[in-house]
Design a protein around this ligand. Structure first.
Ligand code: PMP
Length: 365
């Protein structure tokens, strides 16, 4: 047996570790921002039937262009954003991670640079590395907001081919104002990707970048069914952009990348959109409950528009993480000194989290 270092691995991948939250057993798993609510019974019944009929055709390749699914996604986006989105503007893949990878394959690559505002979703630099795209860290203020003027200046200097903005941001929960997104778009000659994985959890008044699509052919808004829809296991991510962007992605997508089972399941889930999204308000209520409970424990949080809360400050965040785990509560240490991230889930999960936090807070602040 030989080690990875003896293989002729690409030099930029040497010494790297694969992405992944620790999958440690815990009573309360509040570390990967999933929706803990069970899927509605009517959806489960319909899924059985839909997958059954799709299975009858498994000897055939799926619809390579996933037209029916993209049509359903366009209807959902139009209905919820108030902006008309047509199927030609929509593209879907196996999770938004694959969507992001296809964007980098088409618009990044050797000799090109991607820029994103760290701390943010750690897969953005990882997928950049995987596609041979150089990475530059964009600046955020100490309160994790983006200074639009400074960011635009940095973009003009670096001239990246791909700019990432995550709104609401992971791991901080911070939403990005549309004026900031407009300023970043105006500053770049590359594509601007707004990663809106958590947008359905945004507080009232926080608008989606979908409204900025008209007249901005290099703007891409990426979404997922993994979070608010509670379908992380389905692996269905999608984007909305100018139809020319969707045409460009055809050059790099693998033929038949979305299985017919995935397409059937996603369409069935979308037919139950209202029932699925009914849990969003309950999750938001738990998020706000966590935020409100922190000051009494001598702790604070970053304002969150997502289904998670970045909370602190801890003298030693890894030690606080372990102390919570010892009490059965698994949260995420995102590597930000003093901070930990917790997913907002059910009332019972919040109860368990706040009880454990109350026990450990005095020793770890
Ligand atoms: N974007 C952000 C900001 C995320 O946090 C995640 C998941 N953690 C993703 C994209 C990827 O989600 P998926 O591939 O499940 O759609």
């Amino acid at each position: 047996m030989s080690g990875i270092e003896e293989l002729p691995l690409r030099p930029e991948l040497r010494g790297r570790t694969p992405y992944g939250a620790p999958q440690v057993p815990a009573t309360h798993r509040l570390n990967t921002n999933e929706n803990p609510h069970p899927l509605p019974a009517e959806l489960l019944a319909d899924l059985g039937a839909a997958l059954g009929s799709a299975a009858l055709e498994l000897n055939r390749y799926p619809d390579r262009d996933a037209v029916a699914l993209r049509t359903d996604l366009a209807v959902y986006l139009s209905r919820t954003s108030g902006t008309q989105v047509v199927p030609e503007q929509v593209w879907a893949a196996n999770g938004s991670n694959e969507v992001l990878q296809q964007i980098l394959q088409a618009f990044g690559g050797a000799g090109r640079t991607a820029l994103g505002f760290t701390p943010s979703y750690s897969m953005h630099p990882i997928i950049s590395a995987g596609t041979g795209t150089a990475w530059v860290d964009g600046h955020r203020r100490a309160d994790f907001t983006i200074d639009a003027a400074a960011a635009a200046e940095q973009i003009r200097e670096v001239d990246p081919a791909v700019v990432f903005v995550t709104s609401p941001n992971n791991p901080t929960g911070t939403a990005v104002a549309l004026e900031t997104i407009e300023a970043l778009y105006a500053a770049t000659t590359g594509v601007l990707v707004v990663d809106e994985a958590y947008t359905e959890f945004a507080r009232t008044g926080t608008a989606s970048a979908l409204t900025l699509l008209p007249g901005r052919p290099r703007l891409i808004v990426s979404r997922t069914m993994s979070k608010a829809f509670g379908m992380a296991g389905l692996r269905l991510g999608y984007l909305a952009a100018d139809p020319a962007v969707v045409d460009a992605l055809q050059l790099v997508r693998l033929p038949y990348h979305l299985s017919s089972l995935t397409q059937a399941a996603a369409r069935t889930a979308l037919a139950h959109t209202d029932a699925l999204l009914a849990t969003v308000d309950a999750v938001k209520a738990q998020r706000d409950r966590i935020v409100d409970a922190l000051p009494a424990l001598g702790l604070t949080s970053v304002p969150s528009d997502a289904n998670f809360v970045l909370f602190g400050h801890f003298a030693d965040a890894p030690a606080a993480w372990q102390a919570l785990l010892d009490r059965g509560v698994l949260v995420r240490d995102v590597g930000l000194p003093g901070w930990l991230r917790v997913t907002a889930g059910t009332t019972a999960e919040t109860d368990a989290f706040l009880t454990a936090l109350g026990e450990i807070a005095p020793d770890h602040r």
